[in-house]
Design a protein around this ligand. Structure first.
Ligand code: ZN
Length: 300
C-alpha cells in the first residue's frame, strides 16, 4: 500500500499495520470456508455506540478522542484491514484521520464518518456550555463503519474499500474553528480518484427519516436508495430532497468527485446534551449498514 495515497503525513503506524492484511487463503482455509456470509448486525453497531459514548465526549485533541482512535485502528486491524493514519496540526491541536483499506482493483470506494464530537452543545437551551455526548452525531456513523469492517466480503466487492474516520469535523463556528477540518485535509491530499464517496453521519435516530441531501451526487444517491428499496427500507430512505448540508462529503464534491451525504438531519437532539444512546436504535443502524453492505458487495 502506497503511503502517499493518503498524503505525506502518514506515520510509522503504516509500516507496522501492513502485515495485518489477510494472507492468501491456504489449502486448509479453502477446504473449510466460512459457512455463512456475514450479515451486518444493528445490535453490534448499537453496542459500539454505547461503548463510544461511555468514553465521554470525543473532542478533538482530548484523551477520549485519542483512545477511540486507537480502538478504531485496533478493530480495523483485527478485522483484516490495512490501516493508515494521517496526522497534522490545526489550532495548535493534533488532528488524526484514520483509514482502513481492504480489497483489490482500481475501483476505489470511500465510506467516511467523523469520530470526533462537538466541544459544546450550542443548540442546547439549558446547557449550551456542556459538550455533546455524540451518540448520533459521531458514534452512529463510526459504529456503522466498524460493523461493516467485520462483515464486508472484500472478494465479493471487486473493489478497494476505504473506511475513513475523519477527525475534527464538528467544532465549526466555536472558538475560531472551521467545520470539516479532517475531511478537508484528507480530500486535499488525495492522490487517487475514488468512484464514489459516501459519508455516514447521524444515521441512528430511532425515528429514522433519511431524505436525499441536496448537494449530494444524485445519481450515486439513487443507486444507494435503490438498494434500500429492495431491502424493504423505502419507508426510511425517502426519495425526496430536503436538507442542504455542509458535511464531510463537501470537500470531495469541491474536487469534482461523486459524493453523497447519508444523513438523517431530522433529529431534535442535534448539538444538544440529549444526543444520547437512548435516542438511537439498532434497527436504524441495521438499515443503513445493511444497505451499504449490499451496495458495496454488488458488482460495479
Ligand atoms: Zn455535528
Amino acid at each position: 500500500m502506497l503511503c502517499i495515497a493518503v498524503g505525506a503525513a502518514c506515520t510509522a503506524e503504516n509500516s507496522v499495520a501492513t502485515p495485518v492484511v489477510s494472507p492468501a487463503p491456504s489449502a486448509a482455509a479453502t477446504a473449510t470456508p466460512q459457512t455463512q456470509p456475514l450479515v451486518f448486525s444493528g445490535t453490534r453497531a448499537y453496542d459500539s455506540v454505547v461503548r463510544q459514548v461511555a468514553l465521554g465526549p470525543r473532542i478533538t485533541g482530548t484523551r477520549p478522542n485519542r483512545v477511540l482512535g486507537d480502538r478504531i485502528l485496533n478493530e480495523l486491524a483485527a478485522n483484516g484491514w490495512v490501516t493508515q493514519t494521517q496526522t497534522f496540526t490545526y489550532m495548535n491541536t493534533p488532528i488524526r484521520n484514520l483509514v482502513g483499506i481492504k480489497g483489490d482493483g482500481r475501483n476505489i470506494v470511500i465510506i467516511g464518518a467523523h469520530y470526533d464530537t462537538r466541544r459544546r452543545a450550542d443548540q442546547d437551551k439549558q446547557h449550551p456550555d456542556q459538550p455533546v455526548p455524540g451518540a448520533d452525531d459521531g458514534a452512529s456513523g463510526v459504529a456503522v463503519l466498524l460493523e461493516l469492517s467485520r462483515v464486508l466480503n472484500a472478494s465479493r466487492t471487486g473493489k478497494q474499500v476505504w473506511l475513513v474516520f475523519f477527525d475534527a469535523e464538528d467544532n465549526g463556528d466555536l472558538d475560531g474553528w472551521s467545520w470539516l477540518v479532517g475531511s478537508r485535509y484528507f480530500a486535499g491530499k488525495l492522490t487517487v480518484k475514488p468512484s464514489a464517496v459516501v459519508v455516514v453521519d447521524m444515521v441512528g435516530d430511532a425515528q429514522q427519516d433519511i431524505y436525499l441531501e441536496r448537494s449530494s451526487n444524485q445519481a450515486l444517491a439513487g443507486r444507494i436508495w435503490d438498494v434500500a428499496d429492495r431491502l424493504g427500507y423505502g419507508g426510511q430512505f425517502i426519495r425526496k430532497l430536503k436538507w442542504d448540508m455542509v458535511d464531510d462529503h463537501t470537500p470531495f464534491l469541491e474536487r469534482g468527485l461523486p459524493a453523497v451525504d447519508l444523513i438523517d438531519f431530522d433529529y431534535p437532539y442535534w448539538h444538544t446534551t440529549q444526543d444520547t444512546p437512548d435516542k438511537i436504535s439498532a434497527d436504524s443502524l441495521q438499515r443503513v449498514g445493511r444497505t451499504l453492505q449490499v451496495w458495496l458487495e454488488s458488482k460495479p
